[in-house]
Write a protein that binds this ligand. Structure first.
Ligand code: GLN
Length: 232
């Protein structure tokens, strides 16, 4: 009977610095909405997880090559990605938005990016959006691997703007990261948990079942409120 009772362990890839979804707290512990969600879902559904903090692009590639079983990384559900991954039900609304240095008064709109440099994160929806308007507004793009580098780049003046998911941008601004926004957010996909297409269907099913349970019993709201404060 011992084998039948052993819980299955899944390896889950995630981003490095993507607060409030995944980041290290003051004690160096890995925390955030994604981390708490996947832990609560695993506990509810009776499976074990091993979290690998790989970086966004690396996590997506690790999933595609089968080196991780799933990815939870503020990963937007997009039609393009649905060709290679299966996604859970959406669990958080997002979309990219431009950020500039808080003391910058010259960049007020995309028009002001003309001839300037813009920082994006490899493989993200923000990078795809910036690329989609690059020719129209005639700016150049520099790509980094993690979100903290985007903020550093803009504050150091290497780039005049960055594109980042608005919940992450908004969270950083409330933490006093020296960035501000001047344009509206853009449309983007909601976040979903991803598995490789046609693989680990049982994991996807457990994620959806667990998510539904957490939403109905208030635990989902508690997790979000822990990082973002209550909505009211
Ligand atoms: N939501 C964005 C995407 O999926 C960014 C994710 C991230 O940087 N962790 O492309």
């Amino acid at each position: 009977a011992q084998a039948a009772e052993a819980k299955k362990t899944y390896t889950i890839g995630t981003d490095t610095t993507f607060a409030p979804f995944e980041f290290q707290d003051v004690n160096g512990d890995f925390v955030g909405i994604d981390i708490d969600l996947i832990k609560a879902i695993a506990a509810d559904q009776g499976f074990e997880i091993k979290i690998q903090s790989l970086g966004f692009n690396a996590a997506v590639q690790a999933l595609q090559s089968g080196n991780v079983d799933g990815v939870i990384a503020g990963m937007s559900i997009t039609d393009e990605r649905k060709k290679v991954f299966d996604f859970s039900e959406p669990y958080f609304d997002a979309g990219p938005m431009m950020g500039v240095a808080a003391d910058n008064h010259t960049i007020q709109s995309y028009e002001d990016l003309r001839g300037q440099r813009v920082a994006v994160k490899a493989g993200t929806e923000g990078a795809t959006f910036a690329e989609s308007i690059r020719t129209k507004y005639d700016f150049s793009i520099v790509t980094f691997d993690d979100s903290a580098q985007l903020v550093d780049e803009v504050k150091a003046g290497g780039s005049v703007a960055l594109f980042e998911d608005y919940p992450v941008l908004a969270y950083g601004i409330t933490q006093g990261n020296g960035i501000k926004t001047v344009t509206p957010k853009e449309k983007g996909g909601s976040y979903g948990f991803a598995v490789n297409k046609g693989q680990n269907p049982e994991l996807l099913k457990m994620f959806n079942q667990g998510l539904e349970k957490l939403k109905s019993n208030g635990q989902y709201d508690e997790i979000v409120a822990k990082y973002l404060g209550s909505a009211d």
